[in-house]
Design a protein around this ligand. Structure first.
Ligand code: UT7
Length: 323
């Protein structure tokens, strides 16, 4: 049976740093409240002349370099985002063209909000394991700040922009041990961007096309759901909590991350934490966190990683990875 290994990672953050102090000038909030309730100190904001694909391209270049492969070696691109450059072509196709990944290789986006990277990883893993691809570029890239209502203190303090990418390769050695995806569309109104080209479509104005969230309700569902998926993932592999070396969680709120770490019995030193500096970058958050912990030497080859995410849809998912 073919396995899938992560052979390289990369990430990119826009230059502009936005601190909590800046947000104090926009809405009735405080640095102390944001830090205490979310763990966020600052986030990055995309430049006016940048789009999702630009961030993805930079992260992908870094991932290819770290993997020691060239764009011609890639035969599949899967990109998780909820902030694509355009309706179509997909952002993955824009990345394919910009990097010179060979024409004919499939490239497509996956829409699963904050779970987008885990969903994309699952799809690429299935391609590789069934012989449909040999070397895949899997990306999470977001320009979440473009979806923010800067007068809504319940959401505008939470999100940031960035991108992360991994290169996957077919291997006879186990890498991605299992992936677990779920969705429940029944609670859509708790977290959504209620705009699109569907029924009731109208041109964008200042109030449409922005994230709407009932944060406290989402928080409770997220904690409960992520607790369950930890059990599901370990059970599927016949492993116990003690086997996990690193939790690489979606970075939405430090209190959600702490709750999952408690559930795993993992000390926070074994949890990759980037929410303080990135905020919630949706599908970019896990590959950003993974890349930072690999580059700073925390995560080492052979470590067992548990990746997990929860987001709009609702969607949620996990991956257990022998790095
Ligand atoms: O990644 C996708 C999934 N998304 C998430 O996982 C986000 C989940 N939710 C959260 O992270 C948290 O619910 C928030 C950070 C959004 C809010 O924290 P909370 O502890 O759940 O606060 P809350 O919504 O219960 O609000 C508590 C108070 C309210 O004031 P009153 O009604 O008690 O007077 C809010 O109006 O905090 C107020 N509040 C704020 N105060 C200062 C809400 N936002 C702010 C703010 N600054 N930015």
């Amino acid at each position: 049976m073919t396995h899938t290994r992560i052979i390289g990672t990369g990430s990119y953050l826009p230059e502009r740093v936005m601190t909590n102090a800046e947000l104090e000038k926009l809405v009735d909030t405080s640095d102390a409240w944001i830090r205490e309730r979310t763990g966020i100190a600052e986030r990055r904001v995309v430049a006016d002349d940048q789009s999702c694909s630009d961030l993805a391209i930079e992260a992908s270049r870094a991932a290819l370099e770290s993997a020691g492969v060239t764009p011609e070696d890639i035969d599949l691109v899967v990109l998780g985002t909820c902030t694509p450059d355009r309706i179509f072509p997909s952002t993955a196709c824009l990345v394919q063209r910009a990097l010179g990944i060979r024409s004919g290789a499939p490239a497509f986006d996956v829409s699963a909000a904050c779970s987008g990277f885990v969903f994309a990883l699952d799809v690429a893993n299935r391609f590789i394991r069934t012989g449909g691809a040999h070397r895949a570029l899997v990306i999470g890239s977001e320009t979440m700040t473009r979806l923010l209502d800067w007068t809504d203190r319940g959401t505008c303090v939470l999100f940031g922009d960035g991108a992360g990418a991994v290169v996957l390769e077919a291997s006879d050695q186990p890498g991605i041990l299992s992936t677990h995806l779920h969705a429940d569309g029944s609670q859509e109104e708790l977290l959504h961007v209620p705009w699109g080209v569907g029924r009731g479509y109208k041109a964008l104005d200042d109030t449409s096309g922005k994230i709407k969230m009932r944060g406290n309700e989402v928080f409770k569902v997220a904690v409960r759901t992520l607790g369950r998926i930890v059990d599901e993932t370990l059970e599927a592999n016949g492993l116990t909590k003690a086997d996990v070396d690193w939790l690489v969680p979606h970075q939405a709120n430090i209190r959600i991350i702490q709750a999952t770490a408690r559930k795993l019995g993992l000390p926070m030193e074994r949890v990759v934490q980037t929410v303080k500096y990135h905020g919630n970058t949706s599908s970019a958050s896990i590959p950003l966190a993974l890349d930072s912990a690999i580059r700073d030497g925390s995560i080492k080859r052979g470590d067992l990683l548990l990746l997990e995410a929860f987001g709009g849809g609702f969607t949620w998912g996990s991956a257990l990875v022998r790095y």
